[in-house]
Design a protein around this ligand. Sequence first.
Ligand SMILES: N[C@@H](CCC(=O)N[C@@H](CS)C(=O)NCC(=O)O)C(=O)O
Length: 217
Amino acid sequence: MKLELYGMPFSNKYNVVKSALLEKNLEFDEISATPSQEKEFLKKSPMGLIPFLRVDQGNYIYESWVILEYLEASFQDTPRLLPTNPIEISICRSISFLINLYIELPARALLSLAFGQPVSDNMIQQAAQDVQKGMKGLQQVIKLNPFIAGEQFTLADCNAFFNLNLVSFLLKQATGKDPMHSIEGLPDYLTMIGERPVFAQCVRNQRQAFAQRQNKR
Ligand SMILES: N[C@@H](CCC(=O)N[C@@H](CS)C(=O)NCC(=O)O)C(=O)O
């Protein structure tokens, strides 16, 4: 059965998974799904979030990083997107968890800015402070050599690109400052990844989907 990716093409987490599917040359269908607390939806994605992946009859995988590792473990004859050495794998995971938990998650408090809704000054201050702390942590572990976890392009790059781009957008909107500039070489790294054909395609689709959503409102 063909893989099915559920979610919304303007979501950063959806694009993390979509970019990995495309980089691995896997065939998949994109199925439009919006987050929901409906009983049937929660059977597929228990927190009611997107993205999730249907892998065969009745089996759904959720949580973007878990989906990435599932793809890597399941499709061994496609381009490898994780190193083989356990220490190097743990570096990919650690960088990704750090970005997801300590940079993207606090910035997410400002998400309504993306849809033209205001947020309070307190929320902006808190998010900016938390993101700054996360960026300081990231600086300790980031490689940019030239990829985020070292010499090899990995799942950690799929994860970093879309999550950091969202953070950059939200913090620039909120404060006028881009936290990506706090790490030397990080803006250039994001530009380099964005020039990969798969990422350029995902960003194009993401922008189209976002514009469509804005037109509907
Ligand atoms: N930890 C989850 C987060 C997924 C997530 O936050 N998805 C957003 C879209 S980007 C969502 O479904 N939001 C709906 C909501 O918060 O109710 C993952 O990495 O997959």
